[in-house]
Design a protein around this ligand. Structure first.
Ligand code: NAI
Length: 329
């Protein structure tokens, strides 16, 4: 198709934006034959820096980039967008409690949800990368009553990719041998990366590892605390890998998942696997024709059940907190 796909990115002048925009503009989401129109949202004081990023986008002369618009008004920037990548968020400052963090982000994601509801294209798909991603997605979704709930998702693809990478190095196999990785629950330290349903070269991954202690004491915490390890090493939070995971997530949502595999996405629960309805929680999903479905029928043993329940309990607490703050529309 030659009609450009309109892609909005918020927080476009930030770290993730500096990597993400160039991947999108070079055709990573929809391939070399589909032009994209970028719509970039920032807060007013960051617009000047964003103009500099746009100068660099121009200087790449990307064949797939049809135009770029920037602004600080969500209703203008989101007008007619087919994909909205909500990256900009309020980070936790010194002395900020979780309630303060949720409230500050509600002040961003409630109005952005309302703006999307009003002006986005009928087929809009909304991906929330900005943290706390799951609950920010819940806030945006509940403030956009005319957009079907299944068009909102939060990013757990970075955790998914991290889990694949850890398993690949543990077993000295290429990442291409690994299928059916799952992240369950919240994009936080309580997340549960599940090897019991993953496969390595067609074999069950937990069996291939054959070491429950490594799984519990090394694999799960390494994946769950990877973000903190990167901050410790780099002095800044993961940005290029978060951008790359955002690209993977949006690309697969648009183009579908391969046969015989699935991906992790945080989506609105229908009650599957005992996750309360309406929570945005990470599941194994397949995508076809632009619509995701939660993989059904996986057997969940007691170990996995406990881990999933703990992360889902955290999501419920966050939902209770933002409900109490009046942030759900
Ligand atoms: P950053 O601080 O470098 O950039 C964020 C940008 O958002 C800033 O330029 C800021 O001006 C902008 N912004 C703030 N409020 C805004 C609003 N109301 N509208 C539009 N823009 C707004 O942060 P970075 O490193 O790019 O990370 C962005 C978010 O992604 C953070 O919340 C971070 O925690 C999260 N993240 C999520 C990951 C995931 O796997 N889900 C992984 C890594 C980061």
């Amino acid at each position: 198709s030659t009609t450009p796909v309109k892609v909005a990115v918020t927080g476009a002048a930030g770290q993730i934006g500096y990597s993400l925009l160039f991947r999108i503009a070079s055709g990573s989401l929809f391939g070399p034959d589909t032009p994209v129109e970028l719509r970039l949202l920032e807060i007013t004081p960051a617009l000047k820096a964003l103009e500099g990023v746009v100068m660099e986008l121009d200087d790449c002369a990307f064949p797939t980039l049809s135009s770029v618009e920037i602004g600080d008004d969500p209703e203008q920037v989101f007008d007619g967008v087919n994909h909205a990548l909500l990256v900009g968020a309020r980070p936790r400052g010194p002395g900020m409690e979780r309630g303060d963090l949720l409230e500050a982000n509600g002040g961003i994601f409630a109005p952005q949800g309302k703006a999307l509801n009003k002006v986005a294209a009928d087929d809009v798909r909304v991906t929330v990368t900005g943290n706390p991603a799951n609950t920010n997605a819940l806030i945006a979704m509940s403030n956009a009553p005319d957009i079907p709930a299944e068009r909102f998702a939060a990013l757990t693809r970075l955790d998914h990719n991290r889990a694949i990478s850890q398993l690949s190095s543990k077993l000295s196999v290429p990442v291409t041998e690994i299928r059916k990785m799952t992240i369950w629950g919240n994009h936080s330290a309580t997340q549960y990366p599940d090897l019991f349903h993953a496969e390595v070269g067609g074999r069950n991954a937990a069996e291939a590892v054959g070491d429950q202690q490594w799984l519990e004491e090394t694999f799960i915490p390494t994946v769950a605390k990877r973000g903190a390890a990167i901050i410790e090493a780099r002095g800044a939070s993961s940005a290029a890998s978060a951008a790359s995971a955002t690209v993977d997530h949006v690309r697969d949502w648009a183009q579908g998942t391969p046969d015989g595999d699935w991906v992790s996405m945080s989506v609105c629960s229908d009650g599957s696997y005992g996750v309360p309805e309406g929570l945005i929680s990470s599941f194994p999903v397949t995508v076809s024709d632009g619509a995701w479905s939660i993989v059904q029928g996986l057997e969940i043993d007691d170990f996995s059940r406990g881990r999933i329940d703990a992360s889902v309990a955290e999501l419920e607490e966050e939902r209770t907190a933002v409900t109490g703050l009046g942030l759900l529309g």
